[in-house]
Design a protein around this ligand. Sequence first.
Ligand code: MGD
Ligand code: MGD
Ligand code: SF4
Ligand code: MO
Length: 712
Amino acid sequence: MGIQTHKTFCRFCHANCAMEVDVENGRVLEVRGDPADPAFGGYTCLKGRELPDSHNAEHRLKHSLVRNAAGEFVETPMDQALAHVASELRRIIDTYGPHSVAVFMGSGGFQNSAAMAASLSFTQGIGSRNFYTSVTLDQPAKVFTTQRYGKWMAGPNTFSEADVAMFIGNNPIVSHYAPVGGVPPFSPSRRIRDKKAEGLKLIVADPRESDVARLADIYLPVKPGEDPAMLAGMLNVIIEEGLYDRNFVAAHVDGFDELAEAVKAFPPQVAAERAGLDKDQLIAAARMFASGSKGCAVTGTGPEMAGNGTLTEYLVTCLNTICARFKQEGEKAAIPGVFSPYQTARRAQVAPPVPMFGAEGMPQSRFRGLGHLGWEMPCNVLADEILTPGEGQVRALISVGGNPVVGFPDQAKMVRALDDLELFVQIDPWMSASAKRASVVLAPSQCLEREDITNLSEWWHEEPYARYTEALATPPGDVIDEYEMFWTLAHHLGTPMNLMGGPLPMDRKPSKQEFLDLATAGCLVKPSQVREDCRAAGGAAVIYPEKHPLVEPLDEGEFHRFDLAAGAMPAELLRYSSNAATRAGFDFRLISRRSKTRFNSIGHPLKKLQEKTTTNPAYIHPDDIAALGLTEGGIVEITSPHATIHGVVKASDKVRRGLVSMAHAYGDADASKEDVRERGSSTNRLTSEVVDFDPITGQSLQSAIPVKLVPA
Ligand SMILES: Nc1nc2c(c(=O)[nH]1)N[C@H]1C(S)=C(S)[C@@H](COP(=O)(O)OP(=O)(O)OC[C@H]3O[C@@H](n4cnc5c(=O)[nH]c(N)nc54)[C@H](O)[C@@H]3O)O[C@H]1N2
Ligand SMILES: Nc1nc2c(c(=O)[nH]1)N[C@H]1C(S)=C(S)[C@@H](COP(=O)(O)OP(=O)(O)OC[C@H]3O[C@@H](n4cnc5c(=O)[nH]c(N)nc54)[C@H](O)[C@@H]3O)O[C@H]1N2
Ligand code: SF4
Ligand SMILES: [Mo]
């Protein structure tokens, strides 16, 4: 057959970079960026370029594994493994009721365009409230805040039209992640440089001088966890100096006076001191942000995980709201979202409120007053739901592309919980830290062996850009797509799967195209149509300019306003102002960062990525290294009030003093000082979701963790 070249897109991460792939006899030979793609222009990163190794690796799981009576894994044909899982689920549901089955979709699951709809509809179909995703380990406050304090139906200003931008604990050059309004992940560094050449003013707040901080006009080295002081100080300046949009506030915003009163507790001197900043820099940042005409403040994971995530997100919402950083009538809607089923028009007004955590009638967990966020339970109750006897105790868990052993807070407790389950099914192409503890490991196909659409990445595309890729490589062994696994389980159990467009057929397995059409019903262009159009374009992306929704005028009959004084806000700011976050004896803070060579725990088995690093170094300021008697390349013992881990010391003058900056999702439950160079360690061993957590979302402290450091 010879070598064939196809156009497709990467699914190692959510960015979905446009790629060309060379395939011979169904085997992936090489991938490279597609220079002809209008959004990506040939851009890829070193993780995506390892897709061939990922698909072809010898030790990839090509068959499913089921534990026998002696506790050993036995290679089992997929249909038998699924029948076994279904019969175990039936027994558990019959014994304990439907809530005893939990499903967790992690970041490896999100990369399959059908897995979210499949796993959610499966869980709802069996009648369980216990559906979890990594969104609640990640940035639940963003979801909560936009719904609670007001969501502009037409969307925010986009990065391409901005003349000012502020990135708070977000490093898109490495993470390829930003909320809408931040920089899209298509060649992010070049995009920021180009915008700066056009005059963009960039403010970055991060306790370490991150990759993106090096491009900033104003860099604010904020103390971890003290973003609320910095933001309240900026709001204080903007309100005192009258730099906000008075007309917009009068027309659309309630609660402004309460906000203005609350930020009086943070005059610049007080705010700067608490946040560890220079007062004049803070004032300059406030003026720079407010003097722009378009452009948003956005946050990444850092400040959300640093203890006051909801308060931080709320203050960022206030900044964007009082400066009116939104799309206006007659403009194109911020993000067209070709595959997103939009039920509502994109109007120049605030959307009706959506019930969120704690709202009456929403499913509740048994812990800490936490309940459903949208349709999912927060991850930080899962270990307790498994370990605590009583009505609703979780006895079976299906994890699709998640890695609870390294991704969740309190590693030791999560491991106890997983080991306590009657059935733990891990859907994973690798013998990951979690797969090792499973009762059944189901081996999925990998991305180039699947059909997929770009629904995960489309919230970054300012144009109606869409793709449908064919399956281009032949799956080895006995592996199938995750949506087929959930369908087969539901088929065995006799339970329904209802998608956006109605029920899936359960008497015959639907094709992926049929599944995707139903899952996105009501979207701008159906996946089956995009598939045809992409085929006609030789597999390339298609842009549908005529489908771009325009922002419609305000509808007086459906009028809503932002409410900046709803719920716990701004009272939380006053609580924060009188509460200094100190922990006697733990004078350092461990802050999270992303590893360039891994996507969370994805990529550990790949050779070229291992050649770059096998550990997650502990980055520490050289003066702290000297003061603590540590040595570059030596091992540091890192102790929180909860536990101890080890790290390989790496000097970095980009990190503020008093900090250690480390990536998560390395190591394993049994990783130790002896193998920290080969495996790295799990920062989540240091955390506890019942000791340090956001009072509103339950988000655990996964950054700004109090620690002490000693040479090991
Ligand atoms: N301390 C601390 N903790 C954190 C964070 C932090 O910054 N600091 N970040 C949090 C965030 S933002 C997130 S999103 C979570 C992530 O937490 P999780 O989603 O639980 O963890 P991942 O490491 O992404 O798990 C990915 C799993 O998918 C598997 N996998 C790889 N390829 C495939 C595939 O093609 N198909 C399938 N089915 N599986 C595949 C991998 O082997 C791995 O087991 O961690 C959170 N935890
Ligand atoms: N290469 C790679 N890319 C990834 C991932 C990966 O593991 N590797 N993970 C993916 C996932 S799941 C997600 S959710 C996204 C996340 O995307 P981002 O949020 O952009 O993730 P980071 O690059 O860790 O950037 C977070 C920044 O917050 C800073 N920070 C830490 N604590 C604080 C604080 O208290 N305040 C402030 N202001 N800053 C703080 C850190 O120093 C860091 O620079 O990235 C995704 N992309
Ligand atoms: S940024 Fe993400 S999608 Fe793009 S090549 Fe890297 S891993 Fe793949
Ligand atoms: Mo994430």
